[in-house]
Design a protein. Structure first.
Length: 314
């Protein structure tokens, strides 16, 4: 949006309009691809970044680029929504929270923020370590173990065994067990484990899975598969997008007047769950990968927006 003067309300309206255009699984998948590339951003800002610059690959604020010796090109800003927060603890509760160092904040609105892609900056070269090419068919060493560790953190065990039917796997919330079929190849098995970990994180609560919930089994499958899609895309692997064709129709059936609100809520749930897995699996792989020759380092993490600066979740 460059030099255009836009308000937070303008961006909200742009976001609503863009999400309302969702028709196919490919439309949904393009946002998941962007979420895998920009894990620090919430779903709303992922959509806004992808809309304004579909081929962006490394975005940060102007101040962050300045720390790297680069300056942004004026008029090339990508506009995002940044939350405005207010302290919510009051009275004795505020004093207790402050004494404990825990002051809670509540989002009371949004303001317009600006980020820039690396291609819209000038300055010294920035050397990055190799990034896995999309389209791979072999999961990185340790990804299975990293996902299994996430299951263990939540008190679930992971069992690889015959499922007795055509199922590739399932999650048993009562037994706190994830089962993955033993006949799957490495990529399909890792995909299924990521899918079931998505179920574990998103669908354990009775209000989500119980009778009367508007979230039918089909949507739970889409959410879990979307989490798996983001996790594997982040690690250089590709999945089919055909399983996402149900999103638009389901959203319209839940809220015929404003299906975009349903889509945004689903996207927020998926992106927030996937973000946690991206952080933890990346840390696990980094800590457990074999020793390699030194490579030029990626810029410090401070380059990226922190997870809470991610615009609207709904």
């Amino acid at each position: 949006m460059g030099n255009e003067q836009v308000s937070a309300e303008d961006l909200h309206q742009v976001l609503q309009t863009e999400v309302r255009k969702l028709r196919t699984g490919a439309d949904w998948a393009k946002w998941l691809d962007a979420a895998a590339l920009f894990p620090s951003f919430g779903f709303g800002n992922v959509v806004l970044i992808n809309l304004q610059m579909p081929h962006a690959n490394w975005v940060a604020r102007a101040q962050a680029w300045e720390k790297l010796g680069r300056r942004v090109i004026k008029g090339r800003a990508i506009r995002i929504l940044e939350p405005i927060r207010s302290q919510t603890a009051m009275g004795a509760a505020f004093e207790a929270a402050a004494a404990d160092g825990r002051v809670h904040h509540q989002v009371i609105g949004f303001r317009v923020g600006s980020v820039y892609d690396v291609t819209d900056t000038v300055g010294p070269p920035i050397h990055l370590p190799p990034v896995p090419a999309r389209g791979g068919h072999t999961p990185p060493n340790g990804l299975w173990d990293a996902l299994a560790q996430e299951a263990s953190k939540d008190g679930f065990t992971v069992d690889v065994r015959p499922t007795g039917d055509a199922s590739a796997g399932f999650t048993d919330f009562h037994a706190k067990q994830i089962v993955v079929a033993d006949h799957l190849d490495d990529l399909t098995a890792a995909t299924r484990l990521a899918h079931e970990v998505g179920h574990m994180r998103l669908h354990a609560l009775p209000e989500v899975t119980g009778a009367g919930s508007v979230m039918c089994q089909g949507v739970r499958e889409i959410e879990a598969e979307s989490v798996a899609y983001i996790v594997l895309a982040h690690h250089g692997l590709s999945l089919e997008a055909s399983s996402f064709d149900y999103v638009a129709g389901w959203a319209a059936s839940v809220d015929p007047q404003q299906p975009e609100d349903v889509v945004k809520a689903t996207g927020a749930r998926v992106v927030n769950a996937a973000r946690q897995l991206l952080n933890s699996t990346s840390q696990y792989l980094k800590a457990n990968r074999p020793s390699l020759p030194p490579v030029p380092a990626r810029a410090p993490d401070s380059l990226f927006l922190p997870p809470d600066i991610d615009g609207p979740t709904l």
